[in-house]
Design a binder for this molecule. Structure first.
Ligand SMILES: Nc1ncnc2c1ncn2[C@@H]1O[C@H](COP(=O)(O)OP(=O)(O)OP(=O)(O)O)[C@@H](O)[C@H]1O
Length: 255
């Protein structure tokens, strides 16, 4: 379980995160929603301890992340960053093996278990046969999936995903979120596609200007009123006939 309690973060005079409190129950997939610049990436970075909050507390599995060593935190939590990239001339499997670093006994060599975990992670993102492909030869979507494989190979208790469906075609967007859901890892995922969030997330947390403005089941939260208030868009929201999850159809902006 992940808990975030009363987190504040500012940059200069600007309050980027303003008293954020939310939780991700163990094994659930929670969508972190909100318009550009509302603080999603900053919150994920605070949770991963890449950014220090001005105030507030984050716990993973009951432990305050501020008290964990870097190595322990790296074994518990994996972050898939929004623009995960590398300038190194690595192959796909070498990138995935980076996810094994926190588990390694020897700094220099990969064990058979490390290699098996990396191979399995590549297969799970549908990239069997890509192990020896050089990073710079991969497409944007393939890179995104290799980075997810790196995070899965880390075998974390908590997965933090920053717009994980970026660059992916619709088939791979569905495949990725289905895979994340079935993995059963406690996951907080920043998402822009509200229909995908409604389909896959157990609950959603909506940020606006650094504050949590709504949280709960997608059907309760994703109302036409919320979409108007938070995103400034007009939309129809109807329950999916089979699953009951909200399905959103947007109206073009009035000219
Ligand atoms: N180091 C910083 N200095 C100044 N402003 C910052 C800094 N980091 C983030 N911000 C600002 O804080 C706000 C929140 O940024 P953040 O990247 O967390 O938003 P986001 O919700 O992830 O946005 P997007 O959906 O566009 O990726 C933005 O307005 C951004 O410009």
């Amino acid at each position: 379980m992940l808990t975030v309690t009363g987190v504040f973060r500012s940059a200069g005079a600007r309050q980027i995160l303003d008293d954020v409190t939310c939780r991700v129950p163990a094994g659930s997939l929670v969508g972190l929603l909100g318009p550009n610049g509302c603080g999603k990436t900053t919150l994920l970075r605070v949770i991963a301890r890449l950014t220090t909050p001005d105030a507030g507390r984050v716990t993973v599995g009951g432990d305050d992340v501020a008290t964990l060593s870097r190595a322990t935190l790296a074994r518990r939590a994996a972050l898939l960053a929004q623009h995960a990239d590398t300038d190194l001339d690595l192959t796909a499997i070498e990138v995935v093996l980076l996810g094994r670093t926190p588990h390694r006994r020897s700094r220099w060599s990969d064990s058979a278990a490390d290699r098996a975990a990396a191979d399995d992670a590549l297969a799970r993102v549908d990239l069997d046969g890509y192990a020896d492909r050089r990073w710079h030869t991969l497409s944007g979507g393939e890179r995104q999936r290799v980075q997810l494989a790196r995070a899965l190979a880390q075998q974390p208790r908590l997965l933090l995903l920053d717009e994980p469906t970026n660059h992916l075609d619709i088939g791979h967007q569905l495949h990725l979120l289905h895979l994340v859901r079935r993995a059963g890892i406690t996951t907080l995922a920043a998402l822009h596609d509200l229909n995908l969030a409604a389909m896959f997330c157990d609950t959603v947390v909506v940020l606006a200007a650094g504050r949590v403005v709504a949280a709960g089941a997608p059907a309760e939260v994703l109302t036409p009123q919320l979409l108007a208030d938070v995103y400034g868009v007009h939309a129809d929201v109807v329950p999916h006939p089979a699953t009951g999850s909200p399905t959103i159809t947007y109206h073009p902006p009035a000219s």
